[in-house]
Design a protein. Structure first.
Length: 79
């Protein structure tokens, strides 16, 4: 299961339900996919095919939506 948290500018922000417990978000579009850690700081964890320009744009979106993403993570992974 990989619930979508939100979509923005052609990017899908989502979680994988059976993954590690450190707060992070996956982002995908037609060009590729990336994974970002959210805590303690926003950090690129993995990039598969996205350009530096796309990574910069996605990082800004995550910065703007970080609190909402973190809340969604806690709701989704709550025991």
């Amino acid at each position: 299961m990989s619930p979508t948290v939100f979509r923005h500018d052609g990017y899908r922000f989502f979680f994988f339900s059976r993954e590690e417990t450190r707060v992070h978000v996956h982002v995908a579009c037609g060009d590729g996919e990336a994974k970002f850690w959210l805590l303690p700081t926003i950090e690129l964890a993995e990039n598969l095919g996205l350009s530096p320009k796309q990574i910069t744009r996605i990082t800004r979106i995550i910065e703007e939506q970080r609190d909402d993403i973190t809340r969604a993570w806690k709701r989704h992974f709550a025991p």
